[in-house]
Write a protein that binds this ligand. Structure first.
Ligand code: HEC
Ligand code: HEC
Ligand code: HEC
Ligand code: HEC
Ligand code: HEC
Length: 224
């Protein structure tokens, strides 16, 4: 734990020191040692649960806001922007070309977000560098086709939550140590999960696989 805390920027080394206080040799008797240990434990616990997550993740704003609700209404469905290609790979986030079907160098509306989009990306013919909330580490293999086809396709919300209905984007939070998106380990430090999309760790993938197929699968199914 102290190793991890030393990496954070904001001087939480104090609590890291206290975490090892249980080891000290106490010549005033066991009682004081036990009290000291409990205090140290509480301090350590609180800094770990309340303070640590704030330091552990760095927040990054998306390039500009994207209003899904508005665009789903304009485009008609999700598929016109997110779809499976002929070869079974997933197109992911649409490229600028898809946006240009409707947007040109003259903004359609008058919002600040559209002004940024048009000036910084449309006019300069530059792709928008979106952060991907659900991005898994490189060692993981994930296939949308395996989940969207078949007898019982899983809907987007089960894994992603209601992003497709939202009007504004949350900041992207990156774990400073692992580089993982916060959506992988989830917000809740105790690991409590209220929705299927609160977290997408290895156990969460495996849990659904076990439920759906009766077995957890082999390492090489999900690892390259
Ligand atoms: C007009 C194009 C467009 C349409 C239509 C659209 N999306 Fe998106 N979608 C985007 C863009 C652009 C992003 C990247 C910005 C963002 O994260 O919102 C995105 C991102 C996402 C993401 C986030 C992936 C991640 O992990 O970061 C999800 C999930 C998603 N869309 C689901 C949906 C669903 C479900 C629908 C239909 C209800 C839908 N989208 C319709 C353009 C579209
Ligand atoms: C089907 C047509 C269509 C497509 C495709 C489309 N848009 Fe839009 N977009 C619109 C319309 C219509 C508006 C509303 C204009 C207004 O503000 O009155 C809009 C508004 C916006 C706004 C401003 C909205 C706000 O809340 O501030 C942004 C930013 C934007 N679009 C980005 C994108 C991006 C990025 C893509 C490509 C991923 C895209 N749009 C694709 C039709 C489209
Ligand atoms: C079984 C869970 C699951 C389902 C169902 C699912 N996704 Fe995903 N999606 C993921 C995971 C995991 C990733 C990250 C993949 C990676 O990093 O390799 C992802 C990535 C994405 C991305 C970003 C891809 C990129 O790299 O640009 C978009 C956009 C997206 N999903 C949209 C959707 C939409 C729309 C649906 C419904 C039609 C959907 N997903 C259904 C789990 C799922
Ligand atoms: C909501 C349930 C659910 C979740 C969550 C889920 N999966 Fe799946 N996955 C399935 C189902 C159902 C299949 C199809 C099984 C089959 O065809 O036998 C599947 C198939 C796959 C396959 C193809 C396996 C093969 O050999 O054909 C891969 C790879 C995979 N999942 C990876 C993942 C990863 C990685 C995650 C987590 C990021 C994940 N899945 C999360 C339900 C889920
Ligand atoms: C159902 C899909 C799935 C299966 C099966 C699976 N993994 Fe994973 N594994 C993941 C995902 C998703 C992650 C990334 C999220 C996380 O760290 O939990 C991961 C992460 C890991 C990591 C951490 C790598 C890192 O860079 O953080 C190791 C090590 C690992 N898996 C080993 C295994 C081994 C060994 C097996 C077989 C016993 C296995 N996995 C089976 C999906 C799977």
């Amino acid at each position: 734990m102290s190793k991890i805390e030393n990496k954070t920027e904001n001087g939480s080394t104090e609590s890291a020191g206290e975490c090892t206080a249980g080891d000290i040799q106490d010549d005033k008797g066991l009682g004081l040692g036990v009290i000291f240990f409990i205090v140290a434990f509480v301090v350590c616990f609180l800094s770990g649960t309340l303070l640590f997550p704030k330091l552990l993740y760095s927040k990054k704003e998306q390039p500009f806001n994207f209003d899904h609700a508005l665009h789903v209404e304009e485009a008609g469905d999700c598929d016109s922007c997110h779809s499976l290609r002929e070869d079974g790979s997933y197109a992911g986030i649409p490229k600028l070309a898809t946006c240009l079907d409707c947007h040109s160098e003259d903004p359609l509306g008058e919002t600040e977000d559209e002004a940024v989009f048009v000036e910084e990306y449309v006019s300069k013919e530059k792709e928008v560098p979106w952060y991907i909330y659900s991005r898994q580490p490189d060692c993981v293999f994930f296939s949308h086709a395996a989940h969207l086809k078949g007898e019982k396709p899983t809907d987007c919300i089960t894994c992603h939550g209601p992003i497709g209905e939202s009007t504004s984007l949350k900041p992207y939070e990156e774990n400073r140590i692992t580089g993982y998106s916060r959506d992988i380990w989830g917000k809740n430090i105790f690991g409590i999960k209220k929705h299927s999309w609160d977290r997408m760790k290895m156990d969460d993938c495996a849990e659904c696989h076990k439920k759906e197929t009766g077995h957890q699968g082999y390492c090489f199914q999900c690892h390259k």
